[in-house]
Design a protein around this ligand. Structure first.
Ligand code: GAP
Length: 505
C-alpha cells in the first residue's frame, strides 16, 4: 500500500469535491477553505458522531449554540486580549514574517532527525538519550537547544528566543540571511465593529474559541436544564484565529470549527474527572478503528496560567504526530474571571454539601477540521490490485461516508435506469444515495471507491426478470447477487451510527 502524503490528500479533496480553497477564482484566501458536496456530508457525520456520543449518550451533558459575537469584556476576562498571542520575528531582507517558536521547534526537529539517521547507521536508535548525545553531535545539539528553548518558553523570555535563533544560525528560507528583527507579540484575535457610525461603533472580536460562550451561559443552562454538578455543556461552532503560520491545509486555518465540552465539577474532584475524560475521549477516537500506535497522549510541560493539568491527544498525521484534541483542567479560572468582570455571581449551590461554590472545569476541545484531516489521512489509500492496476480507496467507517449507496444501471437503456430510480426512491430513506449511469461500470466503481461509498448496487437485465441486483462492497470488492427487498437491511445495518457509538462510550 503506497504512503499517502499531505499533497495527495489536498489534491484528492479538491478533485472529488470534498474541500476547495476559499475564493479560488480570486486566487484563494490563505488558510481558509470551503467544504464541497461530499466534504460537507462527511463533516456533518463527524459532528453527528461527536454530538451523539457527548450529548445524546450522557444524560448529564446538554447542548448549546451560542453566538460568535460576544460582549468585548468577555475577552478581557478570559485573558485573550492580553495574552492570546504568538511570538513573531521578521527577516529584514525578505520581509517574511515567522513564528519564532516554530523556527526554534523546527530547528530542534531537524537536528534530532539528522542525529537519528547517524545513530541508526551505528545501530544506536534504541540507546538512552545520554548515549545518543555522546554518539551524535547533531543529536546533542538538538537536545541542548530543546532544553534552552523550554526554559525560555517557561519564562516567556522572547529576547532569548532571538538569541537562540542567532546562536543556532537559523536562516530565512526566502533570503537565506540571518538578519532578524526583535521578537514581538502578535494577538491572534480578529477585530471587527458593531454599529453603523464609525465613532459610535463598538470594537468586537470574532471568537477565537467557543468555550467562552459556554462559560457566560453557565447559570442559564444549569438552571433551565435543571443540571446538577457534575454536568457538562457541549457546543459545536466556528472559531477564528489570525494564524501566521498557516500552510498545512486544514490543519491550521484562520476560520475553523471546534467541538468543545466544558464539564463542571466539585472543586477538588477535577483531577479524577480529568483522568476519566482522557480515557473517554481516547475510546471515542479508537472506536473509529484507528491503529492504537497512531494515537498518543502528549503531556503539556508548560501549563497555561489557568490550568492545573493539560494533555493533548495527538494523531500521526502525514506531517508527523500533532495535536488533534486538547483535554484541559481549567480550574475555576474562567467562571471566577467572568464573575469579577461582570459583577454577577456564577456560583452553584450544592444541596448535598449545603454549600455554594464556583465549579471547577474539565474541558475537551477538538477541531472539527483537524478531525476531518485525521479521517482523510487514515482512510485514503492507494492499493495495488492483482491485475497490476492501482485503486484509490477511501476506507471510511460506513457511518461517516458521504454517500451510503450508489445505484448504477449497467447500461442507459432497456428500462434499467427506470428500475434503478425505483430502487433509489426506497433507499433514500436509509441514507444518502447517488445515481450514476455514465462511463463503464468499472470506472463508476472506482469513483465510488474514491468517494468512500461503502456499497454499489448494479441493476442489470436479470434485475428486470427476478428483482435481484449485484451488491459490491467497497473494501473487499466482493460482489453478491441479492434480492432488492434485502438491500435496505444489509445497507442499513452497516451504515448505522450506533455501530460506532456502541464502541465509543
Ligand atoms: N478552548 C480551548 C482551545 O481552544 P486550543 O488547543 O487552542 O484550545 C482546541 O484548540 C482544538 O482546536 C485544537 O486541539 C485543534 O484541534 C483545534 N484548533 C486550534 N486552532 C486551530 C486552527 N487554527 N485550525 C484548525 N483547528 C484548530
Amino acid at each position: 500500500m503506497a504512503e499517502i502524503d499531505l499533497q495527495k490528500i489536498v489534491s484528492h479533496c479538491k478533485e472529488y469535491g470534498f474541500i476547495f480553497p476559499s475564493s479560488e477564482i480570486y486566487d484563494n484566501l490563505g488558510a481558509v477553505y470551503d467544504y464541497g458536496p461530499f466534504g460537507v456530508e462527511l463533516k456533518n457525520h463527524i459532528k453527528e458522531y461527536w454530538w451523539k456520543s457527548m450529548v445524546q449518550m450522557h444524560e448529564n451533558i446538554v447542548g448549546l449554540d451560542s453566538a460568535i459575537f460576544m460582549h468585548p469584556t468577555t475577552w478581557k476576562a478570559s485573558g485573550h486580549v492580553d495574552s492570546f498571542s504568538d511570538p513573531l520575528i521578521d527577516n529584514k531582507d525578505s520581509k517574511k514574517r515567522y513564528r519564532a517558536d516554530v523556527l526554534l521547534e523546527e530547528k530542534i526537529d531537524k537536528l534530532k532527525e539528522k542525529g537519528e539517521k547517524e545513530l541508526a547507521k551505528k545501530n544506536l536508535s534504541a540507546a538512552s538519550e545520554e548515549e545518543k548525545a555522546k554518539a551524535s553531535r547533531d543529536y546533542a545539539k538538538g537536545l541542548t537547544l530543546e532544553a534552552e528553548y523550554t526554559k525560555a518558553a517557561e519564562a516567556s523570555d522572547f529576547k532569548r528566543y532571538k538569541e537562540l535563533i542567532e546562536e543556532y544560525e537559523i536562516a530565512c528560507e526566502v533570503s537565506g540571511s540571518k538578519n532578524w528583527t526583535d521578537v514581538r507579540q502578535f494577538n491572534l484575535m480578529f477585530g471587527t465593529k458593531l454599529g453603523a457610525v464609525d465613532e459610535d461603533a463598538t470594537d468586537l472580536y470574532l471568537r477565537p474559541e467557543t468555550a467562552q460562550g459556554i462559560f457566560v451561559n453557565f447559570l442559564n443552562v444549569q438552571k433551565t436544564a435543571r443540571m446538577k454538578v457534575p454536568f457538562g455543556i457541549a457546543q459545536i461552532g466556528k472559531a477564528f484565529r489570525n494564524e501566521i503560520v498557516a500552510r498545512q491545509f486544514i490543519f491550521r486555518m484562520r476560520e475553523f470549527e471546534q467541538m468543545e465540552m466544558q464539564f463542571f465539577v466539585r472543586p477538588g474532584s477535577e483531577l479524577e474527572w480529568f483522568a476519566k475524560w482522557k480515557e473517554t475521549r481516547m475510546k471515542w477516537h479508537l472506536a473509529l478503528g484507528t491503529a492504537p500506535e497512531n494515537l498518543r497522549f502528549h503531556v503539556h510541560e508548560k501549563l497555561a496560567h489557568y490550568a492545573n493539568a493539560a494533555e493533548d491527544i495527538q494523531f500521526k498525521f502525514p506531517i508527523g504526530f500533532k495535536e488533534l484534541e486538547g483535554i484541559h483542567s481549567r480550574t475555576d479560572f474562567d467562571l471566577t474571571e467572568h464573575q469579577k468582570f461582570s459583577g454577577k455571581k456564577l456560583q452553584y449551590f450544592d444541596s448535598e454539601l449545603n454549600q455554594n461554590y464556583v465549579p471547577y472545569v474539565i474541558e475537551t476541545s477538538i477541531g472539527l477540521d483537524r478531525m476531518f484531516l485525521r479521517v482523510m489521512s487514515e482512510c485514503l489509500m492507494e492499493e495495488a490490485l492483482e491485475n497490476g492496476e492501482t485503486r484509490t480507496v477511501l476506507r471510511l467507517p460506513a457511518a461517516l461516508a458521504p454517500i451510503k449507496v450508489a445505484i448504477l444501471p449497467l447500461i442507459k437503456k432497456d428500462g434499467l435506469p427506470e428500475k434503478a430510480r425505483e430502487i433509489m426512491d426506497v433507499l433514500k430513506f436509509v441514507g444518502r444515495t447517488f445515481y450514476e449511469e455514465k462511463d463503464s461500470i468499472g470506472k463508476r466503481y472506482r469513483r465510488m471507491d474514491a468517494l468512500g461509498t461503502p456499497f454499489c448496487i448494479t441493476v442489470d437485465h436479470q434485475t428486470l426478470e427476478d428483482n435481484t441486483v449485484t451488491i459490491r462492497e467497497r473494501d473487499t470488492m466482493q460482489q453478491d447477487r441479492i434480492a432488492i427487498a434485502d438491500i435496505e437491511k444489509i445497507v442499513g445495518a452497516k451504515i448505522d451510527m450506533n455501530n460506532l457509538l456502541r464502541k465509543a462510550i
